[in-house]
Ligand binder design. Structure first.
Ligand code: P6P
Length: 333
């Protein structure tokens, strides 16, 4: 395929669909540039004094890694001055981050998990950055958390960077899913996949099976049927993968199909699973749906959930359409 840059792709999308005004293009380019900087820091490892704990906790009560904090700062500093944003929100920050008064305010709001998969940082396994873009509500003067509480269907863009053997950027603005590979010599994002489509059928599932004894019956039934293999009700054998980096698991599923699950379970019955709606599930659901897949919370489309809190969690079932529809139907049974 013709190798074009991220900027050329965004300009061409604007010409085709008129959905990427200059301020949104600037936002996406600034986030992509920040991901390059994060990739550079991640790649240093022990040589850059970026590994290990930051000896602090985030709003989720999770111990922050140094790279969690570094990545969050990189995204904040990269996006503050451009005049394209009204505010930002991050997994690593309890409250929203309005644009400082010294800079002009823009019409978009950026949410991100600056470095997803932190438990993998110190053992050199792929990690990533997830981001979601919403429009600021009409007439908003001073951004508040409430302005962020829009369903996933309101996203104007979403994407992730995966810091693996290659550094890649996967992006949707509502017209399919494109993938860019970082050309480290030129420092530019080069399109390497266009209009990614997730196979509707799959033989691969991703779930943390150490939680099996805590699963609710529909999940237990779904997994047991797959484990029964070709002699069981599914009539075929399945394979399992669990990287414990959502970005890496989703990237594999985008490219070869599969189903990713992080369900609610009985460990903490009042907790809706582990993953967060606003900056993990919604952006990934947008990407997966744009690639022909499905994303539900076991009952309904993740993107139709009306958020109530910035850091609220949601059960996640996403990937190959036929499998997500099956496990979702088991919840209704
Ligand atoms: P567990 C990483 O911490 C994360 O938020 C996702 O990226 C990943 O899919 C999940 O949690 C892993 O959770 O319970 O298997 O460690």
């Amino acid at each position: 395929m013709k190798r074009i840059s991220l900027t050329q792709h965004l300009i061409e999308e604007q010409r085709l669909y008129n959905t990427i005004p200059a301020s949104l293009r600037l936002l996406i380019e600034v986030v992509a540039r920040a991901c390059k900087t994060i990739s550079h820091s991640v790649g240093k490892g022990a040589l850059g004094d970026v590994l290990g704990s930051a000896n602090s906790e985030n709003v989720q009560g999770e111990v922050q890694k140094k790279l969690d904090v570094i990545s969050n700062e990189i995204l904040l500093q990269a996006n503050e001055w451009g005049g394209h944003l009204a505010a930002m929100a991050s997994e690593e920050m309890e409250t929203i981050h309005p644009i400082p008064n010294r800079y002009p305010m823009g019409e978009y709001m950026l949410l991100f998990d600056p470095l997803d998969g932190s438990s993998n940082i110190d053992v050199n396994v792929s990690i990533g950055t997830i981001f979601s873009v919403l429009k600021a509500p009409e007439g908003m003067v001073t951004p508040t958390e409430k302005d962020f509480l829009q369903p996933g269907t309101m996203q104007v863009a979403a994407g992730y960077a995966v810091y693996g053997p290659q550094t890649m950027l996967v992006l949707t603005t509502g017209n399919g899913v494109q993938c860019f590979t970082l050309d480290r010599e030129m420092g530019s994002w080069v399109m390497t996949q266009r209009d990614i489509q997730i196979p509707a059928e799959t033989k691969e599932f991703a779930i943390n099976s150490s939680n099996a004894r805590h699963w609710h019956p529909p999940v237990k039934r779904y997994i047991d049927e797959m484990l029964a293999g070709r002699t069981g009700p599914r009539g075929k054998d399945f394979n399992m993968r669990w990287i414990a980096s959502m970005v890496a698991d989703v990237h594999r599923i985008l490219n070869r199909g599969g189903i990713f699950m992080y369900p609610a379970d009985l460990r903490e019955p009042d907790k809706a699973g582990k993953l967060r709606l606003m900056y993990e599930a919604n952006p990934m659901a947008f990407i997966v749906e744009q690639a022909g897949g499905t994303a539900t919370n076991g009952q309904k489309r993740i993107m139709e959930i009306q958020p109530e809190k910035l850091h609220q969690r949601v059960p996640v079932f996403l990937g190959s359409k036929s499998e997500v529809e099956r496990v979702t139907s088991y919840h209704a049974a």
